[in-house]
Write a protein that binds this ligand. Sequence first.
Ligand SMILES: [Fe+2]
Length: 279
Amino acid sequence: MPGVEHRIYRVTPSGHPARLLQITDTHLGERPGTPLLGVDTDRSLRAVLEQSLAAHTGLDALLATGDLADHGSLPAYRRLREYLDPTGVPHFWLPGNHDDRALMASVDPAGELMVNDLRLGRWQVILLDSQVPGEIGGQLGEAQLDLLRRALEAGGREDLHALICLHHHPVPIGCDWLDQQQVSDADALFALLAGFPLARALLWGHVHQPLDRDYRRLRLLATPSTCVQFAPGSPNFQADTLPPGYRWLHLYDDGRLETAVERVHGVHFSVDLQQKGYL
Ligand SMILES: [Fe+2]
């Protein structure tokens, strides 16, 4: 089993609570303005960033939870840096099924984007890789689960609360077509987390729709895409007309977590609802 290097990165929160922004499933094409189901994913990401950063000041970190490029292309990752670097907010990436991990890493020569244990005051944000190369569905596998255990053990020695991030959903969300893609070894994930009472929440992307649910004392959170949305409760692939969105999170020293999803307003995006897939 190849071990995954435990890479800690420390950010000192500018205040209390620590403030995070999550964007996910940006699906940037190789060329700017490439449409996904009729939506210009560069334009929708720019709208999300403009409105979220105006609404949320004092951010300590921005999390980008996978499917950052639509086809794992290097120009897409370069553009994402060009969009995010000027915000001045430290940003951290993990891969989704549409991504190419090596190309993501190639735009991160300093090794600052793809760390897997972000330390933020009394919290650690653990960023996992649920990608299975060549497959749509997710799996953590022994190496990522071992990384998670080591990170939680290290954080636990400092009494840190933990927010665990990944791309794929570890529980069914009620869309049959998406639920075939959920993390295949989620049972092992939850069994591991049961041994770490300071693990507070799981946060993911992939499903292009929000979720906020309690499960075995964990808070489970999913977040809309910055581009196309998927219709909740749909057995087959179905896009939705809701606008692009993002999630803010406030992490309190006592382990409380406040969070909500917000969507862009005042900008029209025309989604092609007739398409039956997006690969
Ligand atoms: Fe996606």
